[in-house]
Design a binder for this molecule. Structure first.
Ligand code: H79
Length: 389
C-alpha cells in the first residue's frame, strides 16, 4: 500500500463503445451516466454490438493521456478494461467482443498505455466489471435480452471473469491495482477467489473494496461521495469532473478548478485518495474542459504538492474554513476561507509558520498566526506549521 498511500491523486478513465452514442440514442437524449446507455435505453445486445464496427479512435494518443496525468500531478491511472456493457477494451482470447477482434481500429490500446505509463512513471491500473455484464448471457444485469433466472452466474465468474482477470494481469507488465465494481450477487467465496487469483499472478497488485464482501486492500467510497470525516482505514473516492463517467455530448456541467482542488485537499485531509475521472471521446480525445482543469490542478500541486503527497490526515479536523494534512513533524494547514481580521486562530501549539508557496515566515503569537490582508492563494493557501515541543 506504500505507493498508493503516498499517491493521493489518480486519473480514472472511462472509455468504451458508449462514447459513440455519447448519451444519444435514436435521436433522444438518454438521461443518466453515459456508460449506462445500453441499460437505460434497453438496447438489445445484437444492436449495441454493431457499435463496435464504428469504433475507430484514430486520434488516440496513449502518450498524451499519460503526459496529462503526469502534468496533473496524478500518480496512477485506472482505465476501464471492461465496463458493465461487456465490451473488452483489451485483446481478450476468450471472446471476440473486444477492440482487436471487433473494431476497425483492430489494435490493443492498453499495450500503448502500459508503455506510456512506464515512460512517465505512472502506475497503470485496470477497472474490471466482475458482476454486471450486459452482453454475456450469464453476466448480471441484462434482463431485456436474457432471462435472469436462467443465468449460470457461477460459470460466468469461474470461466469468463477469471480468464480475463488472468489476461489483464499477464499481458501489460506490472499492474498497480484491479478496480472491481458493483459486487451485487458475488458470494464471499467468489470475492475471495478473485482476490487470491490477482495475488497469485501479481502479488503486489492491489484490489479495491468493491470486490465485495468486506474484502480488498482499501475501502472504496460511494461514487462522488467524499466522507464527512477522517476514517480509520485506507479509502479512495471515485469522482467525476462533470456528471458522467463515459463521454456524453450534452454534459457541460464541469466543476470549477477551485472546487476540484478543494475536493482533493479534503480527501487528503481525511486520509484518502481522489480518483478523478475523464471520459475520452470515441475518437480517443480527452475533452478539453477536463484537460484544462487537470493542468490547473497540476499547477497548484507544483507549488503545494508537499502538503498532499505522502501525507496523512492532519490534527485539525471538523472546521469549515480549513483542512489539515501532516507528514513527519510538519502540519500543513490548508486555508479555504481567509480571515479579514488579520489573524488565523489554530487549535495547536504553533512554534513556526511559513507560507508553503514562497517560504515566507508568518509571525506567531500565542498560537495565532498573523495573516496578510488578502489570501495569498484564494483557492487554498497552505501554511506549513512546526509545533512547540
Ligand atoms: O463506473 C462508474 C459507474 O458506471 C459505476 N461506478 C462508477 C465508477 C456504477 N455502477 N453502478 N452504479 C455506478 C450505481 C448505479 C446507479 C443506478 Fe442508475 C441508478 C443505476 C440505475 C439507477 C444512474 C442512473 C445510472 C443509471 C441511471
Amino acid at each position: 500500500m506504500t505507493w498508493w498511500r503516498a499517491a493521493r491523486f489518480g486519473m480514472f478513465i472511462h472509455w468504451g463503445l458508449y462514447a459513440i452514442p455519447a448519451g444519444q440514442w435514436r435521436g433522444q437524449s438518454i438521461p443518466g451516466i453515459g456508460e449506462w446507455i445500453m441499460l437505460r435505453a434497453r438496447i438489445p445486445v445484437r444492436e449495441y454490438e454493431q457499435l463496435a464496427k464504428q469504433f475507430n479512435p484514430t486520434r488516440f494518443d496513449a502518450d498524451a493521456w499519460a503526459r496529462l496525468a503526469k502534468q496533473a500531478g496524478q500518480k496512477y491511472l485506472t482505465i476501464t478494461s471492461k465496463h458493465h456493457d461487456g465490451f473488452c477494451m483489451f485483446d481478450s482470447k476468450v471472446t471476440d467482443y473486444d477492440i482487436v477482434d471487433a473494431t476497425p481500429f483492430a489494435r490493443d490500446p492498453m499495450k500503448d498505455l502500459a508503455a506510456a505509463c512506464q515512460r512517465h512513471g505512472i502506475r497503470l491500473c485496470f477497472y474490471y466489471s466482475q458482476t454486471q455484464d450486459w452482453h454475456h448471457p450469464n453476466g448480471d444485469g441484462n434482463d431485456w435480452d436474457y432471462d435472469e433466472t436462467r443465468k449460470d452466474f457461477d460459470c460466468y465468474v469461474d470461466e469468463y471473469v477469471k480468464a480475463q482477470v488472468r489476461e489483464i494481469l499477464s499481458s501489460y507488465g506490472p499492474i498497480g491495482m484491479i478496480w472491481f465494481d458493483t459486487p451485487k450477487r458475488m458470494t464471499l467465496q467468489q470475492s475471495r477467489s478473485l482476490v487470491d487469483l490477482v495475488h497469485d499472478i501479481q502479488p503486489d497488485c492491489l484490489v479495491n473494496g468493491r470486490i465485495g464482501n468486506g474484502l480488498g486492500d482499501y475501502a472504496e467510497s460511494r461514487d462522488n461521495a467524499i466522507p464527512g470525516e477522517r476514517l480509520g482505514e485506507d479509502w479512495e473516492v471515485p469522482a467525476t469532473i462533470n456528471d458522467t463517467w463515459g463521454f456524453k455530448t450534452d454534459d457541460h456541467n464541469w466543476k470549477p478548478v477551485d472546487e476540484l482542488i478543494r475536493k482533493l485537499v479534503d480527501c487528503a485531509s481525511k486520509g484518502g485518495n481522489y480518483l478523478l475521472n475523464v471520459g475520452p471521446t470515441a475518437d480517443g480525445v480527452i475533452p478539453e474542459p477536463s484537460a484544462e482543469r487537470l493542468r490547473a490542478m497540476g499547477k497548484w500541486l507544483e507549488r503545494n504538492g508537499e502538503s498532499i503527497y505522502g501525507t496523512h490526515a492532519g490534527p485539525v479536523q471538523g472546521l469549515d474554513w480549513c483542512r489539515s494534512t501532516a507528514r513527519g513533524g510538519t502540519i500543513y494547514l490548508h486555508v479555504f476561507d481567509w480571515p479579514s481580521w488579520g489573524s488565523l486562530e489554530v487549535p495547536l501549539a504553533v512554534a513556526k509558520a511559513r507560507l508553503l508557496a514562497d517560504g515566507s515566515e508568518l509571525r506567531v503569537t500565542d498560537s495565532a498566526i498573523s495573516a496578510p490582508a488578502s489570501a495569498p492563494d484564494p483557492i487554498d493557501t497552505v501554511i506549513a506549521l512546526d509545533l512547540r515541543v
